[in-house]
Structure formats: C-alpha cells, structure tokens
Design a protein around this ligand. Structure first.
Ligand code: HAM
Length: 420
C-alpha cells in the first residue's frame, strides 16, 4: 500500500547498498520457468514441489511454473549464459515476488517477496561465513534486534547416506508416535522429520542422531572453518541439529535467521550451500551458496523494532500551494512543475475549495510551508508564505516566486537540525 511502500523501498535500498559494498551485482530473472527446473532443483519430494507450485500448461505443450524461489532460476541463468566461462565466481542478488500455494496467515502469503543472494562458483567456507555476516549486517543497518542465527551442516553425498540410515533406524523405532506426514516423509525424506512442528514428533526426535556427528572429514573441516570465521567476525550463532530446510539441494552449511517477533513464522531468512545443483542441472560441477530473506517478514519486524519506521520513510511535501480561483490555480500548476524540476515537492488543490479547507489539507499532508495565492495577491504582486509550524507569514514577490521559494526552503533546510 502507498503508506507502506516507503519502508519497503528503504529496506530494498539498504540491502542493495550493503550488497554493493560486498561486490554483489543485481540479476533480474523471469517470473516463470519450465516446471522441470524447479522440480529437479528443489526436489520432487518437497512440500513446495509436491503441493505448492502454481503450474500451468503452456500452449505449445509443456508446463511452466510461477517461481516459488529464485535460486533455481539464478543457476539456470548462470549456466545458460555460461557466466562461469570468463569468471566462475559470480556474486548476484535479486529482489522480487515468489509464489507458493501455502495456507495464508500472518507472515505467510501466496505471493511473497524475497531478497535473494547467491555466490556461484566458490566452495569456500569463508564465503558461507561472509554471507551470514552480511545478512546480520543488514539486520544491524535496519536496526532489527531479536534475531538469531541458526546454523547446521547437512554434509555431502559422501557422508549423508550413512546419516540417513542412522536416522531412519532411529525413526523406525518411534513410528507409532509420529504424525501422518512424518510417517509418509520417513521413506523419501527422513531428514524432514527432524523439523516437524507437531509436539509429539518434536519430542520423539529429541534424542535423534545429529548430522554433526556423522560428517566426513572434509565436511567437518568446512564446518569448523565457517564457525571459526563467524566467531572472528563476532557473529553469534547457535548450532541447530534440526535445521534441515525445506529444499533438497542443500549440502554442508545451512542457516536460518529466526525471530520470535513473528509468531509461528519464525524464519526471516534462510539459505545455505548447494554444491551439487549445477551438475544436477547438467552444468559443470561448480559449487555455490546463498540465502533468501522473506521481505514481507523483514518489513514486519523492522516496523516492530523501530518505532515510527513506516512513517519516517514517507516523504512529506515541502510546500502546499493554496490557490484560490482558476487564474491562481494555473499559476500554481506552473510553479509546481518548476519546483519539481528543482527537486522540491509541492502539492495543490485542484478542486478550488475554500482557503480554510485547503489549509486543512496542507496540514493533513504534513507540508512544512503553504503558499497562499488568490486574486488579490496576484493583483498586488505579492503572495503569502506561511510556515505551518510557527504560523509566521511572510510576503513573496510574484515576479520571482520560484527562486524566492527555493531560497527560503533551502535556508529552512540548512537551519533544520535534522538536515544533511
Ligand atoms: P526458503 O527458506 O524457502 O529458502 O525461503 C526463504 C525465506 O522466504 C523464508 O525464510 C521466509 O522468510 C520467506 N518465505 C518463504 N515462504 C514464504 C511465504 N509463503 N510467505 C512469506 N514469506 C515466505 C529459499 O527460498 C531458498 N531459495 C534460499 C536460498 C538461496 N538458498 C540458497 N540460496
């Protein structure tokens, strides 16, 4: 909504500025892709692919899907355009709507927005740590408290199968107490049982084997390095053995930024490494890592953490022109155009209402100044400029009204304690 978009823009600008400080460039990807891309990337057995995608038949045959996330499309674009040929390491971000047919509730929508960041072409644990640091820097710049980093390693194709077996063995001994979903998930995706929200399932999984104890040497070293760098960077984190994420492409480092400010929807951002995805999509076996922030949720917690945040990113008019009569209105229209050209926002009333109701509107809009012009002022060659805060009035010559206004507004801004 127009009253809220100022805060959205502030967050998007802050994110884009921060990402640029870390060398990221924007990439713009399509809203739709072939269904197959998402099914192969996110995984056939995930909730997203099983029941949440908006898929339609293309006229030429084949199926296309409204993107439920951005990673698959970014990887597709990287591979298709052979971005790796000249420079394998690519750092990109993209902001836009995603679509998942979930049950809507506060913080969970069917069209939601993500700020999505990917680093393609590096296997380094330093990159994972740098991404998490950057994400927390964004929270800092937005003055968001009440967020914590949850960190896990999901291992790799070398060590995960053995862990999966160990987990299955554990689950099999407790099938009776698990919910229907978990019983179903247990065959295709036993790791998902770890993050089921049903209290009985949570309790049953309390003493489940942890991936951390089953990592191979290479994954263990990778995870250790990531944690050490995060400590060096003063990023607080919590190891969360149950953090498995809802997408199948992850390997090694996975993380979420969680908050208690959003009720049931506690994840503000999530991400991790997906070293196998490029090869799975038919590209060279290049590693990658990234994250996505739920922008709707971030807006909500910024609004909660920073009192007045929504209002403070609303621009207010610098001036209101209270014009009385058609001739004055035409003048006003011209001045407004000239002022806008100089970066000054002036508003007027197009309906020729009384001076009293125009002054009321100027107040309502929060204009700092009002310029009053009627037939008498035009005849006398002098208009009235009113400071809406002090109520003081001063004359402004008709001949030089625009430069005089610019001068006055500039002096006002310079003398204002908040001016930059
Ligand atoms: P994800 O965890 O599915 O990850 O989504 C990331 C964030 O998007 C979530 O933490 C949440 O804040 C937000 N989100 C997800 N679904 C909804 C919804 N229905 N309504 C509102 N917000 C939602 C991914 O999408 C991965 N592609 C992230 C990634 C990038 N991994 C590596 N690179």
């Amino acid at each position: 909504m127009p009253d809220e978009s100022g805060l959205w823009q502030h967050i998007e600008r802050t994110a884009a500025g921060l990402f640029a400080d870390f060398g990221f460039k924007e990439i713009r990807i399509p809203l739709m892709e072939r269904t197959e891309l998402f099914a192969r990337s996110i995984g056939e057995d995930t909730d997203i692919v099983e029941k949440e995608m908006y898929t339609l038949s293309d006229r030429g045959g084949g199926q296309i899907t409204l993107r439920p996330e951005a990673t698959a499309s970014v990887v597709r674009a990287y591979l298709q355009n052979k971005l790796y040929a000249a420079e394998p390491l690519q750092k990109v971000y993209t902001i836009g709507p995603m679509f998942r047919r979930e049950r809507p509730q506060k913080g969970r929508y069917r069209q939601f927005y993500q700020i999505n960041v990917e680093v393609l072409g590096s296997a380094s644990a330093l990159v994972d740590a740098q991404l998490i640091f950057m994400l927390m820097q964004l929270m800092d710049r937005l003055e968001v408290g009440d967020v914590s980093v949850h960190l896990n390693s999901l291992g790799c194709p070398d060590c995960r199968p053995a862990y999966r077996e160990a987990l299955l063995g554990y689950i099999d001994g407790r099938v009776d107490v698990l919910c229907g979903d978990c019983r179903r998930r247990r065959q295709n995706n036993p790791l998902r049982v770890l993050d089921c929200k049903v209290p009985d399932c949570r309790k049953a999984m309390d003493t489940a084997p942890a991936m951390g104890d089953h990592l191979c040497e290479a994954c263990r070293t990778h995870f250790k390095t990531c944690r050490a760098v995060l400590e060096q960077l003063d990023v607080l984190f919590e190891i969360d053995n149950r953090l498995v994420r809802g997408l199948d492409y992850y390997t090694r480092t996975t993380f979420e930024i969680q908050t208690s400010a959003l009720g049931a929807q506690s994840a503000v951002a999530g991400g991790g490494r997906y070293d196998g995805l490029m090869a799975a999509l038919g590209g060279p076996p290049l590693p990658a890592t990234g994250f996505a922030i739920g922008l709707d949720r971030l807006v909500e917690i910024v609004a909660q953490s920073v009192p007045g945040a929504a209002d403070s990113h609303q621009r207010l008019p610098d001036l209101f022109v209270a014009a009385l009569g058609p001739q004055s209105q035409q003048h006003a229209c011209l001045w407004i155009a000239q002022l806008a050209d100089k970066g000054v926002w002036a508003e007027m009333d197009f309906e020729d209402r009384s001076l009293k109701s125009q002054m009321k509107r100027a107040d309502r809009l929060g204009a700092a100044w009002t310029l009053i012009v009627g037939e008498r002022e035009l005849a006398e060659g002098a208009l009235v400029l009113r400071n809406m805060l002090t109520k003081q009035q001063q004359p402004v010559p008709l001949e030089t009204v625009v430069p005089a206004l610019l001068e006055q507004l500039r002096t006002d801004a310079a003398g204002h304690p908040d001016s930059t």
